[in-house]
Design a protein. Structure first.
Length: 196
């Protein structure tokens, strides 16, 4: 804001103005985005951090981060020059390791076991969710089949009832009363079934 005010003063005095930081940013942004009326979705690239930046982030020594990598608690990627590149996931994992070791006082072997158990729990959750989805699909299929069977049975019963009332020679002939309304076919889609 201060730079913009200085720029405005220089411009008012008629002197040749240099491009201020705000205007340079706007110019760069307009080049990248193009026309302002069109909204453009910019995909954010994943960022990587160096070991020094990560060490400063968590206020630990770089050697501590190297030790955690050596023990297999974190696995950062490597660049072509063999430099460690920490992604967001690596930083989250490192944060968890630092919390477990520094805050809770768990040793590295305990942290390793905790991380392995967390992985197992997550894989079991995925398997359970797949199993639930499969079971739900089977249940939906069986429900549809049952509804179709019930509809077919209802149609058969209605057709049998009509034939029974029409044939006079049968012993099970039902006589209709003069004021009796014909029954409407049942619609099973309106049925509500409650399960305990």
């Amino acid at each position: 804001m201060i730079c913009q005010k200085k720029y405005d003063k220089i411009k008012e005095n008629g002197k040749k103005a240099l491009i201020g930081p705000l205007e340079a940013y706007e110019k760069k942004r307009s080049i990248i985005i193009g026309i302002k009326d069109i909204t453009v979705a910019i995909q954010r690239k994943k960022g990587f951090f160096s070991i020094s930046a990560v060490a400063k982030m968590f206020s630990v020594h770089q050697q501590t981060v190297r030790l955690y990598e050596k023990e297999g608690l974190i696995c950062p990627k490597r660049s072509a020059g063999n430099t460690r590149l920490f992604s967001e996931e690596d930083i989250d994992q490192l944060e968890e390791v630092i919390y477990l070791t520094h805050q809770l006082g768990i040793n590295l072997a305990g942290v390793e076991m905790i991380l392995k158990l967390k992985k197992q729990i997550n894989s079991m959750k995925k398997e359970m969710n797949k199993l639930f989805d499969k079971t739900e699909a089977q249940l939906d299929k069986q429900t549809d089949i049952s509804k179709q069977l019930v509809k077919a049975t209802i149609k058969q019963l209605h057709s049998k009832k009509k034939t029974d009332t029409i044939t006079p020679n049968m012993s099970n002939v039902t006589s209709k009363k003069p004021n009796e309304q014909p029954e409407e076919p049942l619609d099973i889609d309106d049925w509500n079934v409650e399960y305990d």
